[in-house]
Design a protein around this ligand. Structure first.
Ligand code: SF4
Length: 367
């Protein structure tokens, strides 16, 4: 599943398909602005230098599909408050550790003495809660539909086993609403989408139907190898050339049309849509996040410890919001590579392994 998706002859054939389809696209529509929703795709595009293979009539716009990148600064502060002011053992995925908030990063809080631990799974946090029955243990639950099922199953396990010193600081988000927000923004032009591979394994294809039906834009779900991306791009450009708009799936070896029903069922039991969630760069978006359902509300760390949702402004000069909206390329941010580097990030996009700024910095793109 790797070599055949890096085969030079197949790559050349996909490029020829893209070039041929582009000849059918009216000049007035070029260059085409194609949003790759997922940060994993952003990194693959730069890692394999696909931009250098493609014609100038294709421009990639980097989307909001990196969960750490769209995490608002205030939520980092909320997590630090839990650990520093309530004495909670806070468990987090490693990706979020260096994202700065107004109180510094989780790593800074750890160096100040807070008990913050990196876990690979929410089950690790639940195990800690069992190990320290006299301490409160909270899991910082981040991510799209990709990671939400693991949180849901862990909460079901906690409830089944009666683990009462475990809770969740929930910041799970869903992929559809931010894409709608982007499409509703008159300042952002997107001609078609490369849909995320991992999220779609859980959601299936229908979650994107509104993009074709309400906005007449094509979306093609793609895998992460060079040929996956080029084939998906060829499928998008062919649709644009034919004035068509539908959801297609290039990543059939991993994504089914209905997604993962067991994961969806667990999420449906444990979560419900939150009325509104904050997104870095995109602001508040209605029903774009998940909160714990009534049955699981006793595990909500916010309610248990009485903390609210902190809202803080981005630092002076930070271009994260405009990069996340596709209005600025990372290397055009005034802080890129000077004040903001992976070793001392100002914005989350420079921290995360899926962040667009980290990809530009790592692969020296555009500079
Ligand atoms: Fe944000 Fe830093 Fe990227 Fe600028 S260079 S957009 S501050 S992450």
């Amino acid at each position: 599943f790797v070599d055949e998706f890096r085969d030079p002859a197949a790559v050349k054939a996909a490029l020829a398909q893209i070039e041929s389809a582009l000849t059918q696209v009216p000049a007035s529509r070029k260059p085409l602005q194609i949003m790759e929703v997922c940060g994993g795709h952003t990194h693959a595009i730069f890692k394999f230098a696909l931009g250098q293979l493609l014609p100038d009539d294709i421009e990639f716009v980097h989307g909001p599909g990196c969960p750490v990148c769209v995490l608002p600064r205030g939520r980092i502060d909320d997590a630090i408050t839990l650990a520093e002011e309530h004495g909670v053992i806070l468990c987090s995925y490693g990706d979020a550790l260096r994202v700065p908030g107004d109180k510094g990063s989780l790593q800074d809080a750890k160096s100040r003495g807070a008990d913050i631990r990196v876990v690979y799974s929410p089950l690790d946090a639940l195990a800690l809660a069992r190990e320290y029955p006299n301490k409160q243990v909270a899991f910082f639950a981040l991510g799209f539909e990709t990671t939400a099922p693991a949180t849901a199953l862990t909460l079901k396990q906690a409830a089944l086993d009666g683990v009462e010193n475990f809770s969740v600081l929930c910041h799970h988000i869903t992929i559809g609403p931010p894409l709608r927000a982007i499409l509703d923004d008159p300042g952002i032009r997107i001609d078609g989408f490369i849909g995320p591979g991992h999220v779609s394994m859980i959601t299936g294809e229908q979650v994107y139907d509104f993009i074709a039906e309400d906005y007449a834009k094509p979306l093609v779900i793609a895998g992460f190898e060079p040929l996956d991306l080029l084939q998906a791009l060829a499928m998008v450009v062919k649709q644009i050339a034919a004035a068509e708009a539908r959801v297609e799936n290039q990543y059939r070896r991993a994504v089914t049309s209905v997604g993962n029903r067991i994961a969806q069922q667990a999420m449906g039991e444990v979560f419900m849509p939150a009325p509104e969630s904050d997104w870095r760069g995109l602001g508040a978006i209605p029903e774009s996040g998940l909160m714990l359902s009534e049955a699981f509300r006793p595990y909500d760390a916010e309610a248990r410890f009485g903390i609210g949702r902190t809202s803080v402004a981005e630092p002076e000069g930070c271009g994260c919001a405009r990069v996340l909206r596709g209005q600025l390329k990372p290397h055009q941010c005034p802080l890129f590579g000077t004040i903001c580097k992976p070793q001392m990030p100002v914005g989350a996009l420079m921290v995360s392994s899926e962040g667009a700024c980290a990809a530009y910095y790592q692969y020296r793109a555009g500079v």
